[in-house]
Design a protein around this ligand. Structure first.
Ligand SMILES: C[S@@+](CC[C@H](N)C(=O)[O-])C[C@H]1O[C@@H](n2cnc3c(N)ncnc32)[C@H](O)[C@@H]1O
Length: 230
């Protein structure tokens, strides 16, 4: 990793990400250090893009589907720190089993040492997104930015988008990661052609698709506009 790629990011988030992008072992919820793989992550440009989106739009309520090692989470917590307050909720059913709690451990540490955020600013929901997103809607929760980077099959991404759309503020954003995947391309095409309550915002990155919610979903029950898969 070129040493200046994270120069723009304040501490302690910069240090955390330097360690993570360097591939150093990370602390899990058992207190031990665990090796990490080199593929499960967002890129630094993707991280900078979601950080900038949240800071320029002063987003204070963020939801994330797919915590993993917490690369995206660190960028998003840094954005809340910069904004001065807010909450971040991450959904991941496999955080303890597949990721040894590394993402949640990192996020809790960063939230607890922040002077801007309260100790409960970070929340992890240990459940599948299809269940958790419905629970959040039932609880009346809404978000200014929702980052979708969970299970990447077409139907899972579509369900994540449709359930997230219900709890996204008007004026808020839904960001899909892994735009290169056919599954994500098909969901993106569905949204572009069928969800006129969302408008696509130009993305600064090759790997992110950004939609802004601009209205209520007022389609009637017959609505369907055919869409190309890519
Ligand atoms: C690509 S990783 C996320 C990487 C993370 N955004 C980062 O930058 O470090 C995908 C994550 O989705 C999680 N996941 C898989 N199925 C899920 C589901 N049904 N609901 C929520 N998260 C899920 C996995 O456990 C994994 O942590």
């Amino acid at each position: 990793m070129p040493s200046d790629e994270l120069e723009w990011l304040p501490e302690p988030h910069r240090d955390a990400l330097r360690s993570m992008y360097s591939g150093e072992p990370q602390r899990g919820s058992d207190g031990e250090l665990h090796a990490i793989d080199s593929t499960t992550r967002i890129s630094i440009p993707d991280g900078k893009a979601i950080y900038s989106l949240c800071t320029t739009q002063a987003v204070t309520s963020i939801l994330e589907v797919g915590l993993g090692y917490g690369f995206s989470t660190v960028f998003l917590l840094a954005a809340l720190d910069r904004t001065g307050h807010g909450t971040h909720t991450a959904i991941d059913p496999f955080q303890e089993t597949d990721w040894k709690g590394m993402g949640v451990t990192r996020a809790r540490r960063l939230a607890s040492c922040s002077t801007a955020l309260t100790s409960d600013a970070f929340q992890w929901i240990e459940d599948r997104s299809d269940r958790a997103l419905v629970d959040l809607e039932r609880a009346g929760r809404t978000y200014g930015m929702i980052f979708i980077d969970g299970y990447h099959r077409f139907d899972d991404v579509l369900v994540d988008f449709c359930l997230s759309a219900r709890i996204c503020h008007t004026g808020g954003f839904i960001v899909l990661h892994d735009k290169w995947m056919d599954s994500v391309k098909a969901v993106t095409s569905f949204i572009r052609h069928n969800r006129k309550d969302f408008v696509e915002v130009e993305s600064p990155c090759d790997d992110l698709v950004v939609f802004r919610r601009r209205a209520q979903d007022r389609r009637d029950w017959r609505h369907f506009i055919d869409f190309p898969l890519r």
